[in-house]
Write a protein that binds this ligand. Structure first.
Ligand code: SAM
Length: 441
């Protein structure tokens, strides 16, 4: 490991330095965030082949034994019952104190752990914008939010300077989980160890302050801004917040409460008793979290709602056959159909990867549904035509094979009552519509 990095850690941690060094030889901390819109913890505990413990860092967070191998192909994961998330990474979202109907911006959102937590806490109310500057990572974000069954949201791919000026004063809550030098990721990623340099720490700090300066305009009066990183350097944590508060007297530093015990590390005149840190000695890989409130009004940018589009008649008849409550807003862009409970929003010159539930496509006057539609937690108990798989059929379905059944037409495929995807019956068998890229090999 880089000697300068280790010397800096010695200065930062003092008598705790040896405990930090010892932690580097221990296995990674593992955890998950429960999707309470799809199941409760008692149900999940019954389905998992191992035990999970409550995490002290967040209300829906649980710890996994570090020796557990990847859970990516377990049916509970494929059905979006949880997001695999290192325990300390789940700590920031609870500080947003999400309330029903909040409008929330997650400005640096990929791969989507914190956006998933936010959407679950919104519980199909309000509106979430999950933005990711990097287009490739934005697509990973999209597939993760799709698996988690989230649909009352918008996924964008833009830089903060492109996006934020269009959304002045829109949000009750804003999360900046900033790109950082990743000092808390060194155990997991060799690259974080190799690439560490003081120049990078300083470059990250400059970028973090810039992102916060953009983000602040999107908050309403009394809106909450949470800033987090998974790095230890003071330059990227206390120093960024100290500089930001000096530039923004309208922002008030709030206390982070009792969920996390460790306070910040003294820095100039910043009140570090209000910010929180997690180090590996606290049983998480590492996080810095801070919470602020905007005390002044911001002139709001206008919200442009998309004009209703013509929707092919086959869509409505399909929806009525499939679910008991059809959401209020259905839009058809070219052949693709999306649904939402609240009006669709238009943003000029911004790449919108997804808004609402991707319901399916109109192909030659008939409707071909999409996987996302069947995974949405919003109507998971509203399917009119279902097949409940037994244990043997579960693997048959997840590996892409046909299921014997006398059902005709499109059908939601469930296991223990939880939707996994869909298929199309012809009266003797159900053709498998589980996406090829997700099938277990
Ligand atoms: N919140 C995410 C989660 O919980 O899954 C993790 C976010 S990660 C720490 C930071 C993200 O910021 C990365 O996906 C990165 O691509 C993005 N990013 C990089 N440069 C950025 C910039 N200049 N402005 C905004 N985001 C940036």
């Amino acid at each position: 490991m880089n000697e300068l990095f280790l010397n800096r850690m010695k200065d930062l941690l003092k008598e705790e330095y040896d405990a930090y060094i010892a932690s580097l030889d221990q296995a990674l901390y593992k955890g998950l965030s429960l999707n309470t819109c799809k199941c409760n913890i008692e149900f999940l505990r019954k389905q998992l082949p191992f035990t999970i413990e409550d995490s002290s860092f967040s209300k829906n967070g649980y710890r996994l034994d570090s020796n557990i191998k990847s859970m990516g192909n377990h049916w509970t994961h494929l059905a979006g019952l949880y997001y695999l998330q290192e325990p300390s990474a789940s700590s920031a979202v609870d500080l947003l104190d999400i309330q029903p109907n909040d409008w929330v911006l997650d400005l640096c959102a990929a791969p989507g752990g914190k956006s998933s937590q936010i959407a679950v806490q919104l519980n199909h109310t309000g509106f979430l914008v999950s933005n990711e500057i990097d287009h490739r990572r934005a697509n990973i974000l999209l597939s993760n939010l799709e698996r988690m069954g989230i649909n009352e949201n918008m996924i964008t791919s833009a830089s903060p300077e492109q996006l934020c000026p269009l959304m002045k004063g829109w949000f009750d809550k804003v999360l900046v989980d900033a790109p950082c030098s990743g000092e808390g990721m060194m155990k997991k990623h060799e690259l974080a160890r190799v690439e560490w340099s003081l120049e990078n720490v300083e470059a990250c700090a400059t970028r973090q302050l810039h992102i916060l300066n953009e983000a602040v305009v999107t908050l309403k009066k009394d809106g909450i801004l949470v800033y987090s990183t998974c790095t230890y350097s003071q330059e990227e944590n206390e120093a960024v917040i100290s500089a930001f508060l000096k530039e923004h007297p309208e922002m008030e530093l709030l206390d982070c409460g009792d969920q996390i015990q460790r306070r910040g590390i003294p820095y100039q005149d910043l009140d570090v008793s209000k910010v929180r840190r997690i180090f590996p000695m606290d049983h998480g890989e590492g996080h810095f979290i801070c919470r602020m409130k905007k005390t002044t009004d911001t002139e709001k940018s206008s919200i442009t709602y998309a004009k209703p589009t013509k929707v092919d008649p086959c869509v409505e008849s399909f929806l009525k056959q499939q679910i008991t409550h059809v959401p209020a807003y259905i839009m058809q862009f070219n052949q693709k159909v999306y649904m939402k409970q609240t009006p669709f929003i238009q943003l000029k010159n911004i790449t919108i990867l997804r808004q609402g539930a991707f319901t399916g496509e109109v192909i030659k006057n008939r409707f071909e549904p999409a996987h996302h539609f069947y995974l949405c937690s919003q109507w998971m108990n509203e399917w009119k035509q279902v097949v409940d798989l037994n244990e043997e059929e579960l693997m048959t379905y997840l590996t892409g094979n046909v299921i014997s059944s006398s059902i005709k037409g499109y059908v939601c495929i469930r296991y223990h009552g939880i939707p996994l995807g869909f298929g199309k019956g012809d009266g003797t068998m159900i053709k498998n519509k589980y996406p090829k890229g997700l099938r277990i090999k």
